[in-house]
Write a protein that binds this ligand. Sequence first.
Ligand SMILES: Cc1cc2nc3c(=O)[nH]c(=O)nc-3n(C[C@H](O)[C@H](O)[C@H](O)COP(=O)(O)O)c2cc1C
Length: 212
Amino acid sequence: MDFFTARADHTPAAGSNTQIAPRRRRIIVAFTGATGSILGIKTLIALRNLNIETYLVVSKWAEATIKYETDYTIPNIRSLADHVYNINDMSAPIASGSFRVDGMIVVPCSVKTLASISSGICDDLISRAADVILKERRRLVLAVRETPLSTIHLQNMLSVTQAGAIIFPPVPAFYINPSSVEDLIDHSVGRMLDLFDLDTAAFERWSGWKKS
Ligand SMILES: Cc1cc2nc3c(=O)[nH]c(=O)nc-3n(C[C@H](O)[C@H](O)[C@H](O)COP(=O)(O)O)c2cc1C
């Protein structure tokens, strides 16, 4: 069984005949107040299509950017997830390492949340859940969106990378010859989910130069 194959939550006692069905894979999706909220929305849709059980947390400033940048309402977005938690709910299951999840993606990730995770300040559910993911040695992907980058941002990116996180700045891949912004979004979402060994099959992979 590989790392990302979901396991049942309870191991049967030795000698027990109980058959326990494997659970669906679980991923926490957190939206923060960086620009690019459509990336988080498309990530949630892709995870739903892949039958992944999702745990959603949306920060206050993420709600503001979603409203400003997209036609989605917050209830629309909540309805895309299996479970939704308030950012201040430190009693949520995902705040504990004993609750089994397979990974977490913060998309888009602000430099403020990056700094909170880097310094281990668990003052909201997003930074607490990310801290738990790191201590449990699970997969954490941060789609940090800022430019240009200061020494502080770069140092925080290095320190979370050393702790096991993956920084995935959602930069456009022009080699795909996009015909729309949608193509660039699908490519970024697909490459982010590749890091969880999930294939959205919604973008074309590089297979060498194409003959014209
Ligand atoms: C329209 C808008 C766009 C923003 N874009 C970014 C951004 O791209 N990157 C970033 O780090 N912060 C950005 N911010 C600032 C964050 O929203 C702010 O630092 C906030 O405190 C982040 O909090 P959160 O991480 O808890 O969501 C933006 C704010 C607004 C209103």
